[in-house]
Design a protein around this ligand. Structure first.
Ligand code: PLP
Length: 337
């Protein structure tokens, strides 16, 4: 296993210090210009409105609270991070686990249809590994037909697109994470994106104790100005980080005939590169080696998720990996021997 590096060099530090001076001069350490600037830039990039929030989990919670899932079922994939079903529980809902496809590791539309009941209040899809769920349009149709809100966990999906649409623009909204291991990071942080005016107004109150009419269930989920400064510096580097990852992915495509293969019109942000192999000489952790339904004691069968759990590997694709400059044959030798 190799340790990742965060793309944040000397020049980035200089830019960050400039932003810090701005924060100190402004005397706004929270709710100032930089959060607004970060939101504007990220929103424009995604093609939606954006609101900064304390972390990715809070970005999921905001969506679930808006959907009003208390004592209701929310369908989530079992192949995800525990943040997804835990957010459902925090919102008072009941997570109902759903199988994924073997091809993309994301929620299967066919499996979803079998999980919807009269008590289903929302569906939360997770764009696992950095690409958009292959079934997203079918899932959207299923949700629309039943008037069930579609929510998106975009924690892995910085830079992902499907026919020019970014993650978080298919349903009511999406939640991005800027946790320390993510494609762009602020250490801790998150962003809600949405085209839904009602949800946008809700999130402004949700993250800020319900100010000023205190009518929504809310708490403190604000992002501060220092974190927004980091976000602005990282955001500037996002195109370059993505290009770097895509170049390495193109070499991996020559090495791994069995891998996640994207449909026409889809681009991954390559939070992870996913190949179907048993073992590599050098690898970063699997996307997930354990399934959420097991942690939560849910009894059901999820054959594709079980298969994925033991049959995928992730060669390093974090920005700055020292060996990335090698040729495809050299990388093959390094990874597979
Ligand atoms: C799929 C998924 N959802 C949600 C989260 C939660 O994000 P955060 O750690 O920023 O709360 C993460 C990662 O951390 C994640 O991988």
């Amino acid at each position: 296993m190799c340790a990742m590096q965060i793309p944040f060099g000397r020049e980035d530090r200089e830019k960050y210090f400039k932003y810090l001076n701005h924060v100190f001069d402004s005397n706004f350490w929270s709710e100032g210009d930089l959060v607004k600037e970060f939101e504007k830039k990220f929103g424009d990039y995604v093609g939606a409105k954006a609101l900064a929030i304390s972390n990715g989990g809070a970005a999921l919670l905001a969506q679930l609270e808006y959907a009003g899932v208390e004592r209701k079922e929310v369908v989530v994939p079992t192949n995800t991070f525990m943040a997804t079903p835990l957010a459902v529980k925090w919102a008072g809902g009941i997570p109902v686990f759903c199988d994924c496809n073997k091809e993309d590791l994301c929620m299967s539309a066919e499996a979803l249809e079998k999980k919807i009941t009269k008590n289903t209040k929302a569906v939360m899809v997770v764009h696992i590994g950095g690409h958009i769920a292959f079934d997203i349009l079918k899932i959207k149709e299923i949700c629309n037909a039943r008037k069930i809100p579609l929510l998106e966990d975009c924690a892995h999906a910085h830079g992902a697109e499907y026919n020019g649409r970014a993650a978080g623009t298919f349903g009511v909204g999406g939640g991005y994470s800027f946790y320390a291991t993510k494609t762009m990071t602020t250490g801790e942080g998150g962003m809600v994106v949405t085209k839904d005016e009602g949800f946008y107004e809700f999130v402004k109150k949700f993250r800020n104790y319900g100010k000023f009419d205190y009518k929504v269930k809310a708490f403190n989920f604000r992002l501060n100005e220092f974190t927004a400064a980091l976000g602005l510096v990282q955001f500037e580097r996002l195109p370059e980080i993505l290009e770097w990852k895509r170049e390495l992915a193109a070499k991996y495509d020559q090495i791994f005939p069995n891998r996640v293969k994207f449909p026409k019109g889809m681009k991954s942000g390559y939070y992870k590169y996913i190949a179907f192999e048993k073992k590599l000489n050098v690898e970063t952790g699997k996307v997930y080696g354990e399934l959420c339904h097991d942690f939560m004691g849910a009894k059901d069968s999820f054959p594709n998720s079980e298969w994925i759990k033991t049959n995928h590997v992730c060669p390093p694709i974090y920005h700055g990996w020292e060996e990335a400059g090698r040729s495809a044959p050299e990388l093959k030798k390094l990874l597979l021997g």
